[in-house]
Design a protein around this ligand. Structure first.
Ligand SMILES: C[S@@+](CC[C@H](N)C(=O)[O-])C[C@H]1O[C@@H](n2cnc3c(N)ncnc32)[C@H](O)[C@@H]1O
Length: 168
């Protein structure tokens, strides 16, 4: 599967450090996970998806990264995902609907708790998705601010649009 523009854009925006602990929500076929893991040395990525088929696809595509200990793939659904508090340097999602269908629900607040102080959250949508534009990013930005994230910003790029913020 070729790398879609939204994935390249999203991973560049995430800019994972080689030693960071990262969380992807809704990894789908695992294309972003592959690009992220390629940038890690001692860092680790936990990729989750509620779909068993997506978990299988991500695991198949990234078998080498799993063997190397850089990647863990888990079937889990937001907001029920259990991650220890304050352990994640950056959490991200690309084209995952829950953040805009239920922006005031527990998903954003749950991820906030998982972030270390200074940790980043990126909720991104590809330009090719029907879920792009301010009707999506506005409520997500408001939910991030309400959850206590700072430096909340709407971002637009060639690959799509989204909202970024960080824990103080
Ligand atoms: C449109 S696909 C995007 C996949 C990938 N991020 C991409 O951009 O190619 C959305 C993925 O998020 C997963 N997903 C949707 N809602 C979810 C939730 N609440 N918790 C975990 N995964 C979810 C779906 O199963 C699906 O694999």
């Amino acid at each position: 599967m070729p790398v879609p523009e939204r994935i390249r854009w999203g991973v560049d925006l995430l800019d994972p450090g080689p030693a960071e602990t990262l969380l992807e929500v809704g990894c789908g076929p695992g294309v972003a996970a592959e690009l992220v893991c390629a940038r890690l040395t001692t860092g680790r990525l936990l990729a989750v998806d509620r779909s068993p088929a997506a978990v299988a696809r991500t695991s198949r595509r990234n078998a080498g990264h799993i063997t190397a200990g850089r990647l863990t793939v888990r079937q889990a659904s937001l907001p029920d995902l259990e991650v220890p508090d304050e352990t994640i340097d950056a959490a991200y999602s690309i084209n995952v609907n829950i953040f805009w269908t239920d922006p005031d629900g527990p998903a954003v607040a749950g991820l906030f708790r998982a972030l270390r102080p200074g940790g980043r959250l990126l909720v991104l949508y590809g330009a090719d998705a029907p879920t792009t534009g301010s009707r999506v990013t506005g409520p997500i930005a408001a939910a991030m601010s309400a959850a206590g994230l700072v430096d909340v910003a709407v971002t637009e790029g060639a690959g799509g649009s989204g909202v970024t913020g960080r824990r103080r």
